[in-house]
Design a protein around this ligand. Sequence first.
Ligand SMILES: O=C(CO)COP(=O)(O)O
Length: 125
Amino acid sequence: MIHHLALIAHDRYKEVMVDWAVQHRQALARHRLSSTATTGQLIRHATGLDVDLYLSGPQGGDQQIGALIAEGDIGVLIFFWDTLFSHAHEPDVRALLRLAVQANIPLACNVATADYLLASTLLAP
Ligand SMILES: O=C(CO)COP(=O)(O)O
């Protein structure tokens, strides 16, 4: 089954996200992918995967992805958020995490959990 995954990473985790996406390119290719602008462009460039792009996080992208989650359009959120840095758009970050929990969708905030999700029966072929 095809799932709609949202992939987002804060700046200090962009490289981690890109490496993870490259490593799991084959698995990710089976699903629909959406990202905030900068994260998505990097993933596209590194993997060649088709990624729907929304605004950059600080420009409202987190809210756009949050709205998709609230509408039931996104099934999985992988969000490598920076725990050691306070962002100007912190309320948006918090709202995005809140909506993912509220909507009861799988939410991975680090590589270990993201690996688990991709290996799970939910996302494996
Ligand atoms: O800021 C973000 C998440 O809060 C991510 O936005 P970018 O992918 O555009 O850097």
